[in-house]
Design a protein around this ligand. Structure first.
Ligand SMILES: Cc1ncc(C[n+]2csc(CCO)c2C)c(N)n1
Length: 212
């Protein structure tokens, strides 16, 4: 097993709790409450901003041309006009006001800022890998997708051949960089991976916890 798989095994309990979260089940069933989805997406829009910044750091710090270009293309997709799900979804849900980050979001923003400021390719890859791989995992379950575009598109954004290839690239790059890294760097990558998985779980929780 590579480094990425080792880290996934080490965090399996939290990982499985996240991909099997009530939010994921309700999204697949098309029954997620509008207020819950609105709160989740408004927080996730804040997440997306820093995620793009982190992708930019990975573009800058990549040590090879092919992965640098692949990450740059993904950055273009995420930042592109076609990626208008957030605008359409938040408009339909009537959640267009600016939002302050909840603690789980704050934790993610700090984690992404930390990884970005380290200017370490391995650190950036590790945080990107968790965010994308965990989403691919919950979105790749077999089963009928919900009818409403509001739910279906949020699933479709995180599955399919192109998204799978992107996660494969992040995983193989993480394995390669970790394989060449010293023990201190690998330990830091493990710590970042673990924090990111923990945050993914509390990020889902927060959509419900704040409901009061
Ligand atoms: C909390 C949280 N974690 C991970 C993702 C996944 N993700 C972040 S940006 C992006 C665009 C495609 O690269 C994807 C799939 C998310 N949305 N929210």
């Amino acid at each position: 097993m590579g480094f990425a798989d080792d880290m996934r095994v080490a965090t399996a309990a939290t990982w499985e709790a996240a991909v099997g979260h009530r939010f994921v089940d309700e999204l697949w069933a098309g029954t997620v409450d509008d207020a819950v989805l609105a709160r989740y997406l408004a927080q996730d829009a804040l997440f997306l901003d820093r995620f793009v910044a982190l992708l930019g750091e990975a573009v800058a710090s990549a040590d090879r041309t092919a992965p640098r270009l692949a990450i740059a293309r993904q950055l273009g997709l995420v930042a592109g006009d076609e990626n208008d799900y957030f605008d359409r979804a938040l408009a339909r849900l009537g959640a267009t006001a600016p939002t302050d980050p909840l603690p789980a979001t704050r934790g993610f923003l700090d984690l992404m800022d930390e990884a970005r400021r380290s200017t370490s390719y391995g650190d950036a890859l590790t945080v990107l890998l968790v965010a994308e791989w965990l989403y691919l995992d919950w979105a790749s379950h077999p089963g009928a997708a919900p009818d409403d575009w509001l739910h279906r598109e949020w699933i479709d954004l995180h599955r399919g051949p192109a998204f799978t290839a992107w996660v494969d690239l992040l995983r193989s790059e993480t394995d390669r960089v970790a394989g060449d890294a010293d023990r201190t760097t690998r330990e830091r990558m493990t710590e970042l991976f673990t924090r990111a998985v923990d945050l993914e779980l509390v990020f889902f929780d927060a959509a419900y916890a704040a409901a009061g």
